[in-house]
Design a protein around this ligand. Structure first.
Ligand SMILES: *Cc1c(COP(=O)(O)O)cnc(C)c1O
Length: 367
């Protein structure tokens, strides 16, 4: 028989999906309700309060029954007109550019090496030379552990007239400070299974008034990801189509847990875990002579995921396998970083104490 859920928690450090707390998993085991009656409105009302706090916004938070990629597509379909500048510093930001291309938009990329963060000045320069109407950016690049300076990038984008900023903060929102209103983000989205530590299957997004204006005249937004429909139904505390109701129960429970912790403490807990990973890498070098390094440069590291570069003679997949033998799951390197790195996802509900255990296992594997 499988051990009880409460006994296995604390061993699963993938950078998404994230480990889900047993209380949140169990919250799904409730009878279903219809998606047009008073019961859903009551539930949605409660969810809005919690989600607005998470996103730091006064605007309604759209809830999509899709993975995060669905709302990445919604962002470009509703928000971009014809020419997009995609900021690319890893696999997910490259995907954002691909999505925009697949939606028929003309896309240029501003690339920096994987692992690095984008500079607001470079963004400003590129925008002043082109007639772009939208910029895509990934806040926390889960493939490399790099964190882009989102507030500063937003400020740089707003210096150009009529350019909207579309933000994937899938491993940001809920784990890293994201001030949607204060930073004037035109669309910011996340998925359920990353920093919010819910089961996969939902995505959340907040749109600015500017973006909703764009949506009104967008010609290729289709039906499922028409943000006007989301906004219209949200006015009535409902969703355009049947939502994944059981996941909404999980969300309600998780928002209660998040509210009890407080967003500021939550951000701090993630930052503490990232700093502990950095410190561990330094100790591995200094005391054990293992040539590890954190891929992203200091000052541009995500609090929710650490990507560790390995010395030449150690293969990423063998580290992941060694840790697995000791009962822990970590992330392998992503895409072209597969053999040279591994990733520790320390987002969601993980604690610094649990992180110690996986670092101990890693130390055994690497020494
Ligand atoms: C996981 C992830 C995605 C894709 O999310 P899905 O839920 O699989 O669609 C997009 N962007 C980032 C930064 C991610 O970490």
């Amino acid at each position: 028989m499988e051990p009880p859920l409460s006994e296995v928690f604390g061993r699963f450090f993938l950078p998404g999906p994230t480990e889900v707390h047993p209380d949140v998993l169990q919250a799904q085991a409730r009878a279903l309700i219809g998606h047009r009656g008073p019961a859903i409105k009551e539930l949605m009302g409660e969810l809005q309060t919690g989600l607005k706090d998470v996103f730091r916004t006064e605007s309604p938070v759209m809830i999509s029954t899709s993975s995060a990629t669905g709302l990445m597509e919604a962002a470009v379909r509703n928000g971009a007109r014809s020419r997009v500048l995609s900021l690319v510093n890893g696999a997910f930001s490259a995907r954002f550019a691909d999505i925009a291309r697949a939606c028929g938009l003309e896309v240029d990329t501003l690339d920096v090496e994987w692992g690095q963060a984008l500079s607001p000045d470079a963004v400003r320069d590129r925008l002043s030379g082109g007639d772009y109407d939208a910029v895509t950016v990934v806040h926390s690049e889960t493939s490399t552990g790099a964190l882009n300076p989102l507030a500063d990038i937003s400020r740089a984008v707003r210096e150009s007239d009529d350019v909207v900023l579309l933000v994937d903060s899938v491993t940001g929102v809920g784990g890293v400070e994201v001030l949607s209103d204060e930073w004037q983000l035109d669309f910011v989205l996340t998925g359920s299974q990353k920093a919010l530590a819910l089961p996969p299957g939902l995505a959340f997004g907040v749109a600015s008034e500017r973006l909703m204006e764009r949506s009104k005249t967008a010609t290729r937004k289709g039906v499922y990801f028409d943000l006007e429909l989301f906004a219209k139904q949200l006015d009535n505390l409902q969703t355009p189509t049947t939502p994944a109701v059981s996941l909404l129960y999980a969300l309600a429970e998780q928002l209660r847990r998040i509210s009890a912790e407080g967003m500021v403490s939550r951000w701090a807990r993630h930052r503490t875990m990232a700093e502990r990973c950095e410190q561990w890498v330094a100790t591995m070098r200094a005391e054990h002579g293992v040539g590890l390094s954190v891929l992203a440069p200091e000052g541009a590291r995500s609090p929710t995921v650490t990507c560790v570069a390995l010395p030449e003679d150690v293969e990423g997949p063998s580290v992941v396998a060694g840790v697995k033998e000791r009962g822990f799951v970590i992330g392998g390197g992503y895409g072209k970083l597969k053999s040279t790195t591994f990733r520790i996802g320390h987002m969601g509900d993980h604690s610094p104490e649990e992180l110690e255990a996986v670092l101990e296992a890693l130390e055994e594997v690497l020494t």
